[in-house]
Write a protein that binds this ligand. Structure first.
Ligand SMILES: Nc1ncnc2c1ncn2[C@@H]1O[C@H](COP(=O)(O)OP(=O)(O)O)[C@@H](O)[C@H]1O
Ligand SMILES: Cc1ncc(COP(=O)(O)O)c(N)n1
Length: 268
């Protein structure tokens, strides 16, 4: 007797050879949260704990073909986007996503934790004008907020202004990640009407490679399972917080979060 398929979630993102961020992090988070993860690879990076040693974009045709293969046969209950590399890819992906009814989580990935560029400066305008308008939830970090809106966040008090500036670009919800501030790890979720502060203890752990990818994928997984946006974000925040607390050293630099932290707990 065959069982019913779990909810299906698609990541449209770059590959991280080191396995800590990008498509690899996305698929691990999706597995941990009980959905079937699928991928459209947009770019391949040679990457490890020390940095990004090289990056190669895939042709637009290859990105479109992967998307069609997945969506036309298997179907998706949620989509997450990550590294899109160039204006051409941002526009092609936004065009594909404009045709889906599934919720779309856009993580507007700009630079890696090591400071390496993952998006061409010339693509920022396309992110603003065609990608963010198709997002159900946009999840920028503070550097991405500054690059996209010009708003500089220096403390928690600036988060509402940042969220308003991101919402003005068209996503239904903005989740502003305050992970780069000092103090508690505070994020702000709003649709312009409802406002939810998400507060977690800051873990003094430098092994945070892949935090943003993991959070956005967890939001997509929960949306695919039927949660509404505030519920999905609350569950995803708890999941990424546990993964950061359990982040481990790997190589000589910044190690990854532990996607399987719940299974490693006693009794998990
Ligand atoms: N040291 C930390 N301890 C706990 N939570 C953190 C820590 N660093 C980041 N976070 C949280 O991880 C999530 C990802 O945020 P962030 O690291 O800012 O994203 P990005 O990877 O895009 O730079 C957010 O929920 C943020 O608050
Ligand atoms: C392919 C790819 N996608 C996204 C990130 C961002 O993750 P982080 O901000 O943790 O470096 C990355 N480093 N590599």
């Amino acid at each position: 007797m065959s069982r019913q398929a779990p909810p299906r979630v698609l990541t449209v993102a770059g590959s991280d050879s080191g396995g800590g961020a990008g498509v690899q992090a996305d698929l691990k988070a999706m597995l941990a949260l009980g959905v079937h993860g699928m991928s459209v690879v947009t770019a391949v990076t040679a990457q490890n704990s020390l940095g990004v040693q090289g990056a190669w974009e895939l042709p637009v045709e290859a990105v479109r073909a992967q998307y069609r293969s997945v969506v036309d046969d298997i179907g998706v209950q949620a989509v997450k986007t990550g590294m899109l590399a160039s204006a051409e890819l941002v526009e092609a992906v936004a065009d594909l996503l404009a045709g889906t009814d599934a919720p779309v989580v856009v993580d507007p990935v700009g630079v890696s934790k090591h400071g390496d560029a993952l998006l061409a400066a010339s693509a920022l305008d396309s992110v603003r004008t065609v990608l963010l308008p198709v997002a159900t939830v946009a999840t920028p970090n503070l550097d991405e907020v500054a690059a996209l809106t010009g708003v500089c966040v220096e403390s928690e008090d600036d988060l509402p202004r940042a969220a308003d500036a991101v919402l003005a670009l068209g996503p239904r919800w903005a989740l502003i990640k305050g992970g780069h501030l000092a103090g508690d790890a505070v994020d702000l979720l709003t649709d312009g009407t409802a406002t939810h502060w998400l507060r977690a203890p800051r873990y003094d752990n430098r092994h945070t490679h892949g935090t943003g990818c993991t959070l956005a994928s967890a939001v997509a997984a929960e949306l695919a399972k039927g949660a509404d946006v505030p519920e999905a974000v609350a569950t995803a925040k708890a999941y990424v917080t546990g993964a950061i607390a359990a982040g481990f050293p790997l190589g000589g630099g910044i190690g990854p979060v532990d996607h399987a932290w719940e299974r490693r707990r006693p009794g998990g």
